[in-house]
Ligand binder design. Structure first.
Ligand SMILES: C[S@@+](CC[C@H](N)C(=O)[O-])C[C@H]1O[C@@H](n2cnc3c(N)ncnc32)[C@H](O)[C@@H]1O
Length: 455
């Protein structure tokens, strides 16, 4: 044992893990005579285990730490499948058996909602544990003369140079390897990446092809600069990488295709044109499950639906088959344009009328509440930050029947549900969906019913 490892082991404390935290850390208490009584959050530890943990941060009521040694292992513990586990900041739950991960996520969701009296009895496991991911953000960093391209290192903004990632789908891995090779080759594409110093590449795959978005690269109009940029970005194109978009402010330069048609949760003729800067659920197969569950819980037959944070219409196109009218609110320009195209198609095929509002969701809710307007059904799927207090209070007035709340952050979901529960809405169903295996990320769906006097 090296001296530092020996010193750490000597400083290690035995901790018994009883639960799992939001970020995937094991939650427990130190054991033994005179043990610290504060709650521990231990990275790399699973419920049911006893581990030797070392402290990394101390607060008044809580100690953060990481696992030095597993003293008693959970039957769910496995050797992580990724060679850079623990170095890469990407996936924090790989030490748990793939089949056990959905249950751990159910516990994470229930842990956040317990104080509201909401149980989460079910978790839907992902059909694939690896090779599922269809969108990613790669990071670029210039270090002296070299360029690093890959993912962030664990608890750092430094870039871990990577040419393959086990959770990416095959086209995304092809694109990663290609972009990585170009960054290392020092040609025109690498020169463009150098301009970013520290930047991001947004990648989206449709299972066969990939489009790449580069934010923060302002193309100059009609001069040699634009022609040069076009030629440099064109270096990345091949039979899989079919498009690259540079975006600077409101200006975009599209080389090849700018959008892919995502048909995973709907028929081909209703595929959603999606670009690398727009939102898409991380996994196509599990997205179908998510859409089916949301639509079944919304039970919108013949009714009027308010859909907030609608994206490009992932739920909208399925809701439009059932409802009489869907008002879809979304503030992103590209996604709202996809919604407008969908609205035309649903209109032409005599499905529900889809009305698109390019608007901030809270502003829409506050306006509807002020007008005294109500909806039979509300479906909402905010980003991690959630809806927020003002929006949630307005939602409690606007929602007159069933509300289906989809969230990727159980903590902000719990905060947003409070005003609804205080106003008399009652949770009638809750479930967790594992959309991103190997990570502690969890999608949670909660259905709520308005008090009778509101409907
Ligand atoms: C988690 S995504 C869900 C999209 C869609 N439901 C889906 O399944 O693909 C959240 C969406 O909300 C949009 N959004 C973020 N903040 C918003 C806001 N304040 N008002 C309206 N839309 C917003 C984003 O552009 C994104 O499309």
């Amino acid at each position: 044992m090296k001296t530092t490892e020996a010193k750490e082991a000597a400083a290690g404390e035995p901790v018994e893990i009883r639960g799992i935290a939001h970020g995937g850390e094991g939650v427990g208490r130190a054991v033994g005579e005179g043990a610290d009584t504060r709650t521990w959050l231990v990275e790399g530890a699973l419920p049911g285990e006893q581990v030797l943990a070392v402290r990394s941060e101390e607060r008044r009521r809580m100690i953060r730490g990481r696992t030095l040694q597993v003293l008693t292992a959970s039957p769910d513990r496995v050797v992580p499948p990724c060679p850079v586990e623990g170095v890469c900041g990407g996936c924090g739950l790989q030490h748990a058996r793939a089949a056990a991960q959905a249950e751990l996520k159910r516990q994470i969701a229930e842990g956040a909602l317990r104080r509201l009296g909401i149980a989460v009895p079910q978790a839907l496991a992902s059909p694939r544990a690896l090779g599922y991911r269809r969108r990613a953000r790669l990071h670029v960093e210039r270090v002296g003369d070299a360029l690093r391209l890959g993912l962030h290192r664990r608890q750092s903004h430094d870039v871990l140079d990577l040419a393959h990632c086990p959770v990416f789908d095959a086209p995304l891995n092809h694109a990663l390897a290609r972009l990585h090779a170009l960054a290392g080759a020092g040609g025109a594409f690498a020169q463009v990446l150098r301009l970013l110093r520290r930047g991001e590449l947004h990648l989206l795959s449709d299972g066969a092809a990939v489009v790449v978005g580069i934010p923060g690269l302002a193309p100059r109009e009609g001069d040699d600069g634009e022609a040069g940029l076009r030629a440099a970005l064109g270096e990345a194109l091949d039979s899989v990488v079919v498009g690259v978009i540079a975006r600077g402010g409101r200006r975009e330069l599209v080389v090849g295709r700018g959008r892919l048609a995502l048909a995973d949760a709907g028929p081909e003729d209703m595929a959603i044109p999606t670009g690398p800067f727009e939102f898409a659920q991380a996994q196509a197969a599990q997205n179908q499950v998510l859409v089916e569950r949301v639509v079944a819980l919304a039970d919108a037959r013949g009714g009027q639906v308010l859909e907030l944070f609608a994206g490009g219409g992932n739920f909208t196109r399925a809701l439009a088959r059932e409802a009489a009218e869907v008002v879809a609110v979304e503030d992103d320009r590209g996604s709202a344009a996809a919604l407008l195209r969908l609205a035309k198609k649903t209109g032409a095929s005599r499905q529900a009328k889809v009305e698109v509002r390019r608007l901030d969701a809270t502003r829409a809710l506050v306006r509807y509440a002020a007008e005294g307007r109500g909806f039979d059904r509300v479906v909402l799927d905010p980003p991690r930050a959630g809806l927020g207090l003002q929006g949630a209070r307005a939602l409690a007035q606007v929602a007159r029947g069933r509300t289906v709340f989809v969230a990727c952050d159980p903590a902000t979901l719990a905060r947003d549900l409070e005003p609804l529960l205080e106003a008399g809405h009652r949770a009638s169903a809750a479930l967790a969906i594992d959309m991103m295996p190997m990570t502690p990320e969890v999608e949670v769906i909660v259905a709520l019913d308005a008090p009778r006097d509101r409907s």
